[in-house]
Design a binder for this molecule. Sequence first.
Ligand code: MRU
Length: 352
Amino acid sequence: MKPHTKTFSLRTVEWKNNAVVMIDQTKLPNKLVFVKYTDYKDVANAIKTLVIRGAPAIGVSGAFGLALAALQSKARTKEKLVGDLEKARKTLFETRPTAVNLAWGLDKIMKVANEINDVSEIKKSIIQTAKRMAEEDIETNMKMGKHGSALFSNNDTIMTHCNAGALATVGYGTALGVIRAAKENGKKIKVIATETRPVMQGSRLTAFELKHDGIDVSLIPDTAVGYAMSKGLVNKVIVGADRILRTGHVYNKIGTYQVAMMAKQHKIPFYVAAPLSTFDLKSDPKDVIIEQRKSTEVTQIGDRKTAPDDITVINPAFDMTPPELISGIITEAGIAKQPFEESIKKLFKSRL
Ligand code: MRU
């Protein structure tokens, strides 16, 4: 597939000369720095420390991590190689617990390893599969964009939360991919991005990539969501997702639930855009682990302390938005509508 030229031209993560190269997102928007890894443990650390983040991006990074582990392995037998890969899989899997794409990416690579017998063939095939997953991520996002852009009209102002853009995927984005597609279809679109405390993915990443692409974007503090909606500044909302259950329960960046509640109050359609790899058809809400992050994300802004010493902090990275607040879930296979359980089942069936 040809790289997209009209929109965000940077690749968030890619495989280059037997190494994984990614944008260090902790440095954005001040510096555009690329990091290169040849050890899967460094990839695991990059996922943990948010050098790379966003559900689809960490899914592909997990796969690339396993490709590095395959190259690092000195195993001469299939059994030994699969053992080395299992160890790496565990390390990569344990980095972040909520986004289901990570397990999806790791499982896909382990399946390839288990299906082939020859050690060097396994290694070759793992690298090829991981590279293909990266290409497919962009294709999937563009399909999602095609389906989703029909939901948006000329002169819409769309609110988004966190970063579900090119930077959260290999390229193009999920929620921001839909916005890009609407714009490419000739619609005049404005975006309102929430800053997304505490890690600021909205101000650091969404504002950065939309400005980079010349898309009209205004930044608001998270606390101004109600203001913006009550003043009629927003027509629609679109966000990404880290995990979607068969019932349509959506797990996404902390604060998404508040935005959805507020949208309901103001009768503003609230859409979610996510690939089928973000769906977890087996779990119930009680099974989903919400990642809790370190307290300094809340008690400091950069190096500056903004809370008293020893304060107790609750810092969940994600929350759950119930299906009744969601107008539609945009996927590469089409748009799921209420009642979600039936509609999601149909989308998966259409892929068989
Ligand atoms: O903690 P993060 O930055 O990995 O959280 C990311 C999000 O919540 C995104 O909205 C989600 O992964 C969708 S990305 C296409």
